[in-house]
Design a protein around this ligand. Structure first.
Ligand code: AMP
Ligand code: GLY
Length: 427
């Protein structure tokens, strides 16, 4: 099988690492990829939004599967672009069509979907500049903190959580009237704040049946003890100790099954991954958000725990035979910690030489933003790489990850030393 993966982060390196192990792989391409993906496949110099170049490449290289890592091309309709082109239609796309991607591409759509199908989520209302006064009144009716969400994609920055009512009103005004997040904030979802502990659950679906992948927890804040600015994710662990069978059953029955059925009922032929961003409130799960793709860095712990051949699952998605496929998971715990450029998520420098990558044993290094400069690897972004390890428990897995992180260095490197800190004592 010839496969093209779109994307360039740690998620894509983890996916490629797994695809490369498949007995069915012939050629694995990644566009644009990073220095890590180039070790397991062939990087192609095409950006994820260059649909015409992707088209040409897929035809020339006889690509059979297109695996879409990030949300933007999905929300922009890459699956529809393939389905509607006679020369591309036979290529199987792992990722939903434009309508399905609205689960992530529009918070307003996803909230309406959840209320229609009785899927537990925070109470909400949506506002535009035309009913701003009602938005203020809705904020008056809520207790702080106030949660404001830009309807569209805003590079992970479109969610504001504010304690002050006047500030919340002013932010709402800036979002809908002044385009604080561009067109993404023409509509704003205001919702009730849920107090609980978050986790991420991933499902792969062929539009009919589904398989649940191991759950994970990510750590979004830059600082230890979950403090400071939000980032793309500073580390992750899987499994999550509080997600026991009873809790996972609730997630499946109250959230996953109604979502899959709801998509079908809406006439959406969803083929790909669904990421359920969940919060446990007094042991009841609520949906915080849907994403139409895998999470990063959760993928870097979830995919290593998948024992089955991933291309067989993709084949199941393409031929709608997922229910007949076996999915086996590694019982061990996996943990990963991200090493980032000093200053991230604010300003940071790039092109720093990365040392120590050859001395890593018993862990996997997934590259997130690296490139190769002759024989050396250099940094190419904020989140540079992550170290994933297995262990018989969280503590052991984290110990290996931290031992190996100490061997890797670049100027101004930073990583959190407390990933999993809140879960170790729950095990
Ligand atoms: P989202 O982009 O929707 O995932 O929101 C980003 C983050 O904001 C989530 O991961 C949560 O930590 C937080 N958040 C979003 N909505 C809520 C809510 N209704 N209650 C509490 N926290 C929330
Ligand atoms: N880890 C959260 C995300 O990928 O959006």
């Amino acid at each position: 099988m010839n496969v093209l993966v779109l994307g360039s982060g740690g998620r894509e390196h983890a996916l490629c690492w797994k695809i490369a192990q498949s007995s069915q792989i012939d050629k694995l391409f990644i566009a644009p990829g990073n220095a890590g993906t180039n070790q397991v496949g062939i990087n192609v110099d095409i950006q994820v939004n260059e649909f015409d170049k992707i088209r040409k490449f897929c035809i020339e290289e006889k690509v059979e599967y297109l695996v879409v890592g990030p949300e933007q091309p999905l929300v922009d309709g890459i699956a529809d672009f393939f389905a509607n082109d006679p020369e591309l239609a036979k290529i199987s796309v792992i990722g939903p069509n434009k309508k399905g991607a609205q689960l992530e591409g529009s918070k307003d759509f996803s909230k309406q979907f959840m209320s229609k199908y009785n899927i537990p989520t925070a109470k909400y209302q949506s506002f535009t500049k035309d009913n701003l006064e009602q938005g203020y009144a809705f904020l008056d009716s809520l207790k702080p903190p106030y949660v404001l969400k830009a309807d569209g994609l805003a590079s992970g920055k479109g969610v504001l959580i504010l304690n002050d009512l006047n500030e919340a009103k002013d932010e709402l005004r800036q979002m809908v009237e002044e385009g604080k997040f561009g067109a993404a904030s023409n509509t704003v979802v205001i919702e009730e704040f849920l107090d609980g502990i978050e986790l991420s659950v991933f499902v792969i679906t062929d539009g009919q049946s589904y398989k649940i992948l191991p759950e994970a927890k990510d750590y979004k804040r830059i600082g230890e003890g979950d403090t400071g600015l939000n980032t793309g994710g500073m580390g992750a662990v899987s499994p999550v100790p509080f997600a026991d069978t009873a809790f996972m059953d609730k997630i499946e029955n109250q959230i996953i099954i109604p979502t899959i059925k709801g998509l079908r009922n809406e006439g959406i032929d969803y083929r790909g991954f669904i990421f359920f961003g969940l919060i446990s409130v007094k042991r009841d799960p609520f949906v915080i958000e849907y994403n139409c793709r895998l999470g990063d860095p959760e993928t870097e712990v979830v995919i290593p725990r998948l024992k089955s051949d991933i291309l067989e699952l993709f084949e199941g998605v393409a031929t709608q035979t997922l229910s007949e496929r076996d999915v086996v998971f590694d019982e061990r715990t996996a943990s990963c910690v991200m090493m980032v450029s000093g200053g991230y998520p604010g300003d940071y420098e790039k092109e720093k030489n990365i040392n120590g990558l050859n001395g890593i044993y018993d862990s996997i290094v997934f590259h997130a933003a690296t490139k190769q400069d002759g024989p050396t690897y250099v940094t190419a972004g904020g989140r540079v790489l992550c170290v994933t390890s297995y262990g018989r428990n969280q503590e052991r897995a984290l110990e290996k990850t931290y031992d190996n992180l100490e061997k890797i260095s670049f100027e101004n490197a930073y990583y959190r030393k407390d990933i999993g800190f809140d879960l170790v004592e729950m095990e």
